[in-house]
Design a protein around this ligand. Structure first.
Ligand code: HPA
Length: 276
């Protein structure tokens, strides 16, 4: 099984609870360049990943590797600032260890974010996109391996991205007058960006945006019975669509430009969905 060893996840959760006893109801995963939202948690306790047993630390620039536990209004939130990616060579159980920890801590819902390349017409760098569904083109799944008690063998993925959380994200965006695209996120292994031919293929397959994360975490979370919502920050137009080469610097720069809007939207989304 590529889901992490439940004993390791329990030990990690015990280490977190020893420092922050409040039970979080909502988890948040902050993608490349989007980590500043963690600063909006009130009364927060911060724990570096390195101080949590078995939780792998990210190595990519723009990914901090700190677990923040605190509140947004009355909602108790656990926030993973930084994630590890399969392209770093991590085994899949490490890639999904963080979200498994959120589930073990008590999160019934997890909101994910990522940086992505925009494919659909009408997208511009700096736009935001509500993920309504995904294409897992990473070549693997954390659900590989022998069946495990409590984990569905043939997991239904019909409504992987919670329709209720999609509605609350739309309400949050409307309330803030932030325009929010909607579409299908294609998750690839990376770490190279795509070729223009691959982007044409992805467009034909129905993808609106492309990135290198999220889909494996969503599979793990759904298998663990956790409700999922996700928003992409369109940090660039995908390969071949912008007329210039792609760099991680551009991705980080756009994410930084969107930071204020992104933070406000995530805060409002949590309040709309969980504080009512
Ligand atoms: N492709 C894949 N992953 C990405 C991109 C992209 O264009 N932008 C940010 N993450």
């Amino acid at each position: 099984m590529s889901l992490p060893n439940p004993d390791f996840v329990r030990q990690a959760a015990a280490a977190v609870r020893a420092r922050a006893p409040a039970i979080p109801s909502v988890g948040v995963v902050l993608g490349s360049g989007l980590g500043a939202f963690a600063e909006d948690l009130e009364s927060s306790v911060q724990i570096p990943y390195a101080e949590i047993p078995y939780l792998p630390s990210p190595k990519v620039a723009g990914h901090a590797g700190t677990l923040h536990l605190g509140r947004i209004g009355q909602v108790s939130v656990a926030c993973l600032q930084g994630r590890v990616h399969a392209y770093e060579g991590h085994p899949l159980e490490d890639v999904v260890f963080g979200v498994s920890l959120l589930a073990e801590l008590g999160c019934k819902s997890v909101l994910l974010s990522n940086a992505a390349g925009g494919i659909a017409d009408g997208m511009q760098a700096g736009d935001l996109m509500l993920i309504t569904d995904h294409l897992n083109l990473s070549g693997s799944t954390p659900l590989l391996g022998p069946a495990r008690d409590g984990i569905p063998r043939f997991l239904d993925m019909t409504a992987a991205y919670s329709p209720a959380l999609q509605r609350s994200a739309r309400r949050a965006a409307n309330g803030l007058q932030v325009s929010l695209h909607e579409g299908v996120y294609a998750g690839l292994l990376g770490p190279s960006y795509e070729t223009p031919a691959e982007i044409r293929m992805l467009r034909t397959l129905g993808a609106s945006a492309v990135g290198m994360s999220t889909v494996l975490e969503v599979l793990a979370l759904r298998a663990l019975g956790v409700e999922v919502g996700a928003i992409s920050c369109i940090t660039n137009l995908a390969a071949g669509l912008a007329g210039h080469v792609l760099t991680h610097e551009d991705v980080k720069e756009t994410a930084a430009r969107v930071e204020t809007t992104f933070r406000a939207l995530f805060r409002r989304w949590i309040l709309e969905a969980f504080a009512a």
